[in-house]
Design a protein. Structure first.
Length: 291
């Protein structure tokens, strides 16, 4: 997305644009903060510039992040003040870059009447997930009866949203007139649990023998993150419907099916993603992320 000519060519003739291209994942962001800022801020500016040239643009959805609420947020509301961590802490470059993208998308709406909307996803999980997500890794470890690692005492609190529910919310932001010019939290405020509780739930639901091991926190973490989805419910009719245990079962079944296809174990499993093979686990030696 930093290559404007290629970007503009790819977007040519589009009436709907979903901008979710970004550098993401805590481990990646910490190692590559400069690239994170460049891709997420300059890249978003280029996407908006390219969208401005489209004759029949009906909606542009900009992906932001729940990280903009900082380390402590309970029933976080879209109008709450953003709380970014200290300058110099690489983790927060992601949140800063995404918040800048939100401001820019809104500016294009206000100045050029572009039909933009920003979404803040809250801990999305489910089939096909790659990267550093805790729930995916917990499920893969549990399927293999391998040790599940939890940061600190595991008392970090999250609200987990199954991918089908999130997609339902995304489709509503693309189609509902009331979404234009807004920022919306998309998540499941009922699926709230500690990270330790999450590990226990995965082991129980999947009838796994995986032991749970507590490891040192690798750096700054988010101790509490639970959304308010009142605005999305009232404005566009969004409602998450899949509870945590059902989501765990569906996600585990996906990985089981992929294992049958590939003949690989859950923690070495690779699957085809848009024509390229992606590693399901970036490194088995890394402590598990709580994101």
């Amino acid at each position: 997305i930093l290559d404007y000519p290629s970007l503009a060519k790819a977007m040519q003739g589009a009436n709907l644009v979903v901008h979710c291209a970004a550098v993401a994942g805590i481990d990646t962001v910490i190692k590559r903060p400069t690239e994170t800022m460049k891709v997420n801020m300059i890249g978003t500016a280029k996407v908006l510039d390219a969208a401005k040239t489209l004759d029949k643009l009906e909606r542009l959805v900009d992906f932001s992040t729940s990280e903009v609420f900082g380390a402590l947020s309970f029933r976080a509301d879209e109008n709450d003040t953003a709380k970014i961590g200290a300058v110099g802490t690489a983790r927060w470059t992601y949140a800063v870059s995404k918040l800048a993208g939100e401001h820019l998308a809104l500016a294009y709406h206000q100045e050029f009447a572009m039909p933009t909307v920003s979404v803040r996803p809250f801990n999305i999980y489910g089939p096909g997930q790659v990267g550093e997500g805790a729930l995916r890794i917990f499920i893969q470890k549990a399927l293999a009866n391998e040790t599940i690692e939890v940061h600190g005492e595991g008392n970090q609190i999250r609200a987990w949203c199954y991918i089908d529910d999130f997609i339902e919310g995304l489709l509503l932001t693309l189609s509902h007139p009331a979404a234009v010019g807004e920022t919306l939290n998309i998540g499941n405020a009922r699926a709230v649990i500690t990270i330790y509780g999450l590990a226990q739930t995965v082991v129980r639901v999947l009838k796994s023998s995986s032991p749970i091991k507590f490891v040192k926190r690798p750096g700054p973490d988010v101790d509490l993150r639970v959304p308010s989805v009142d605005k999305a419910r009232n404005l566009i009719g969004f409602e998450a419907r899949i509870d945590l245990e059902e989501g765990i079962r569906r996600t585990a079944e996906y990985f089981r099916q992929q294992m049958l296809i590939t003949g690989e174990t859950p923690t070495t499993h690779r699957w085809k993603e848009r024509g390229e093979f992606a590693e399901a686990v970036q490194s088995s030696e890394k402590p598990t992320s709580t994101e």
